[in-house]
Design a protein around this ligand. Structure first.
Ligand code: B12
Length: 215
């Protein structure tokens, strides 16, 4: 089976809500030393996004969306420690990351946090549904270089802007690089907020964070 076929099989297992199969594929990917980030992005993430589309089209109901997310999370729990073990030893920088208040979507943010760790960053993952004030406080407390904020709902994106506003109020706008992520985030939004960038996936998130080095 080609890698592409394997990613398709994974994606279908998520869409069909077949947990046993999905877990089996995750274990196979680990055992066969596959590129786990590709497995996550092209297999599991593709599957859960398809589940989201089916839900939006009315073919799936909320319990099915939640079941799909749960299966995805269980597989990520298996895969993530293996991504982490590839970590470089030297700290490249400090990142505080969270999903903004009112938003419980955590899967993408967790993948980004894990990838950054795998590339040698010290990452404080504050979880989901985190108030903007707390994110800023934790960034100050941990002497972060970068603040990463995820928002998956159009209604919670405004919380990303709040981070920038709080930093301005505190005179700290030049102290951190602030980056955004999440499906509804666009370049226009990043510019409007005066943030430092955004990334559409975990690989681009690492590239973006690396691009700040020495700046
Ligand atoms: C899984 C899921 C859920 C799960 C979340 C489980 C969890 N623990 O995360 C559950 C079932 C709980 C859920 C709930 C809801 N959901 Co939901 N959900 C999704 C779904 C299908 C997939 C999200 C996901 O995990 N994608 C896979 C990951 C890997 O991708 P990602 O999140 O985009 O992350 C990548 C990038 O965006 C980027 N990135 C992400 N964060 C960051 C951060 C930084 C700093 C950087 C640089 C990059 C970055 O890198 C990541 C890795 O590649 C999306 C559909 C979609 N297409 O996004 C809907 C979706 C986001 N949900 C939606 C909705 C409406 C809801 C609910 C309101 C439903 C309801 N009626 O209750 C609730 C929200 C409750 C709340 N207050 O938050 C809508 C949002 C619509 C909108 N425009 O606002 C969507 C778009 C579905 C749809 N098509 O309508 N959801």
């Amino acid at each position: 089976m080609s890698n592409e076929d394997f990613y398709n099989e994974i994606s279908m297992a998520i869409v069909d809500l077949e947990e046993e199969k999905a877990v089996e594929y995750a274990k196979k990917a680990i055992k066969e030393n596959m590129n786990l980030l590709d497995v996550v992005e092209k297999g599991f993430a593709a599957g859960i996004r398809k589940v989201g589309e089916l839900w939006e089209e009315g073919d799936f109901f909320l319990p099915e969306l939640m079941r799909g997310a749960q299966i995805m999370q269980n597989c990520l729990d298996l895969l993530m420690p293996h991504l982490k073990s590839e970590s470089e030893k030297i700290t490249q920088g400090i990142v505080v990351i969270a999903t903004i208040e009112g938003d419980i979507h955590s899967i993408g943010k967790t993948i980004v946090a894990t990838m950054l760790r795998a590339y040698g960053y010290e990452v404080y993952d504050l979880g989901a549904d985190v108030p903007a004030e707390k994110i800023v406080d934790k960034a100050i407390e941990n002497k972060a270089d970068i603040i990463g904020v995820s928002a998956l709902l159009t209604t919670t994106m405004i919380g990303q802007k709040k981070i920038i506003n709080i930093l301005k109020e505190k005179g700290l706008e030049n102290k951190f690089k602030v980056i955004f992520g999440g499906a509804p985030v666009t370049n226009t939004w990043v510019k409007e907020c005066n943030a430092d960038g955004f990334a559409e996936n975990a690989i681009d998130a690492v590239k973006l964070v690396k691009s700040f080095q020495g700046k």
